[in-house]
Design a protein around this ligand. Structure first.
Ligand SMILES: Nc1ncnc2c1ncn2[C@@H]1O[C@H](COP(=O)(O)OP(=O)(O)OP(=O)(O)O)[C@@H](O)[C@H]1O
Length: 322
């Protein structure tokens, strides 16, 4: 369904000098550095897959998505969506894909949400019957009926994101590219968006490529993850394989009634300890040390009043892969 073959995108970044004369000189200077934003990557995603595309800031995720959606041309190599090149068949590709960039909106800021939908309906030449089914389905799944008459600028971030997701699906594409769709959302809004994406994949059979910095998105939605760093793929496999390869650390935060007395001899599997007054943050390898074993250990250090389990950030995971 989606393939990238020996894909490269290199950007020439020209050296800029300070001051007016410097800026003028830079115009004629040939000095530049080459940024290999995407560096010889290949992958293939089948119909109906839900794949997490993860990596630290500047890894090359957005650049890949921009090439898959036809916004950018590869320096070399190729991409195909449903067998077609997005660069050579921009219009056909646009009908087949939906895109959401969490940091930007494709909705018209001052218009009610419904007007944005109607503009997109006209752009994609969606007939009335399909449009009405779309409105019904997305009201059921995202509750958009509640705020469809509200100008986009007055929507909460969670509502705006739901509007953006619905807008990306107005022409019923088979493939969805999502670049950080849960960024900045609170827990409740994130849960709603995840439930919607799960339904879209499982019931509507959409193929999804998701970029996120939130490990919970990955855990709850993706069976497969592609990890990219410095433009290169460093891991492509199931979540279980990623866990095995990395020995994924888990985090437990324990709040005590007073400063705890941590035992000098750490149990096997405990990797890192951080103190913040009466709170202790523990990074541990759960393939060696189970949560119940750790709970028993931390209970002997003092009187816990609150215990929270956390997943590591994507950045922690990438660091661990290296
Ligand atoms: N138009 C451009 N000109 C020059 N360099 C660019 C351009 N676009 C991206 N880059 C560089 O390419 C690299 C990859 O950027 P990209 O936006 O794809 O990363 P990302 O993985 O999406 O990061 P983030 O998680 O921060 O969004 C970075 O070093 C970035 O500075």
């Amino acid at each position: 369904m989606i393939t990238a073959t020996n894909l490269n995108k290199h950007f020439k970044v020209y050296e800029t000098k300070k001051g007016m004369m410097g800026s003028l000189a830079s115009l004629f200077s040939a000095k530049h550095t080459l940024v290999k934003a995407v560096d010889d990557i290949s992958f293939s995603i089948g119909e109906g897959e839900f794949v997490g595309y993860i990596g630290p800031n500047g890894a090359g995720k957005s650049t890949t998505i921009k090439m898959l959606s036809g916004i950018l041309h590869p320096t070399s190599g190729s991409v195909a969506v449903g067998g077609l090149s997005p660069q050579k068949n921009r219009k056909d590709n646009a009908r087949r894909i939906g895109i959401v960039f969490g940091q930007r909106t494709q909705l018209w800021w001052d218009l009610p949400l419904r007007d944005s939908f109607e503009i997109l309906k006209a752009m994609y030449k969606v007939n009335d019957k399909d449009y009405n089914s779309f409105l019904k389905l997305y009201d059921d799944m995202l509750d958009i009926g509640k705020f469809i008459e509200t100008p986009v600028r007055k929507l909460s971030l969670g509502q705006r994101m739901r509007g953006d997701l619905a807008a990306a699906m107005i022409h019923n594409p088979d493939v969805l590219f999502l670049d950080e769709p849960t960024i900045g959302l609170d827990v409740v809004a994130k849960t709603g968006i995840r439930a919607f994406l799960k339904e879209l994949n499982e019931n509507e059979k959409k193929t999804v490529l998701l970029t996120t910095h939130d490990m919970d998105d990955i855990e709850q939605l993706c069976r497969r993850v592609i990890v990219i760093n410095h433009g290169r793929i460093i891991l492509d496999g199931t979540l279980e394989e990623m866990r095995e390869t990395i020995g994924l650390p888990s985090i437990m935060e324990v709040q005590y009634t007073s400063k705890p007395e941590v035992a000098a001899a750490a149990p096997l599997g405990l990797e890192r300890l951080q103190w913040e007054d009466s709170k202790v943050i523990i990074h541990y390898d759960r393939s060696i040390l189970s949560a119940p074993q750790l709970l028993k250990e931390v209970s002997s250090w003092g009187e816990p009043v609150d215990i929270q389990m956390k997943e590591p950030d994507i950045e922690d995971i990438i660091q661990k892969i290296y």
